[in-house]
Design a protein around this ligand. Sequence first.
Ligand code: NDP
Length: 297
Amino acid sequence: MKAKIIDGKAFAADIRARVAAQVASLKSDRERVPGLAVVLVGEDPASEVYVRNKGRQTKEVGMLSVEHRLPADTSEGELLALIESLNADSDIHGILVQLPLPEHLDADLVINSIDPAKDVDGFHISNVGLLGTGQKALVPCTPLGCLMLLRDHLGSLSGLDAVVVGRSNIVGKPMANLLLGDSATVTIVHSRTRDLPDVVRRADIVVAAVGRPEMITGDWIKPGATVIDVGINRVPGDSGKTRLVGDVDFASAREVAGAITPVPGGVGPMTIACLLANTLTAFCRTNGLPDPENLTA
Ligand code: NDP
């Protein structure tokens, strides 16, 4: 039997609707709305698209959206000064610096200059430490989205064997910490792992975040496993066009898995939805309100 397709697009739309409803009630009760500032340095075409989409969706849920577009030769001092002013701005509850930054800028220094309470990407060292020690953090958006899809599909993750393929700071490591937080038994694998297919084959949950098109094939998947494909890879398609594929070979994996996310339409749409959820969470925490329900880790 073919795997159930996990519809990230529909789930992301549901998150946005829930965020929008809470923003609307904040507006009527408190006459205030959460504000998200996105900072883009340079003209990377992919980043331009992400920033535009983030701005549009932020406005659609009724939040304040502010964009700062800086030239590629912006100095570190100028960027840090902008972040300092956003840290001090009481209308701004979330700050996101679009990565990658031009090479002359130290991304770690820049990210760690963001007020951790406004770090809606969850990349500040304080939030990384809070997540790693099982405390309340702002959590990176893509792994948070994966966790929400897993909880929705599986209910409890307790005791399940989870394999995270990839150990990046943005996806793999925070994903592993989130799965541990939900009491899964977690293995992280990477480019030096021996017998990779055998390790993946033991997993009830596979999260693929490798950046290698269709690397994980159906014969790596345990029958009935839940497969979350984070990968976004452009490969040559028909008539000179490109098409998007994940890190999992969807056609063979769906013959074996119990459930699987497609690419596109799986994890991708969850990332911006979780960014909006994090901005709402940051607003609530700054204002001493309870966390929004079912929108946090
Ligand atoms: P990175 O390149 O930072 O990390 C890739 C990881 O995969 C590394 O840990 C690397 O291991 C591991 N890896 C690479 N090749 C192999 C291999 N042959 N076997 C086993 N492990 C391997 O990527 P990201 O984590 O940033 O992104 C991963 C994918 O997710 C990309 O396709 C990216 O586009 C996508 N992505 C999607 C998002 C979304 O919104 N849906 C958001 C972020 C990323 P090692 O550390 O040993 O080098």
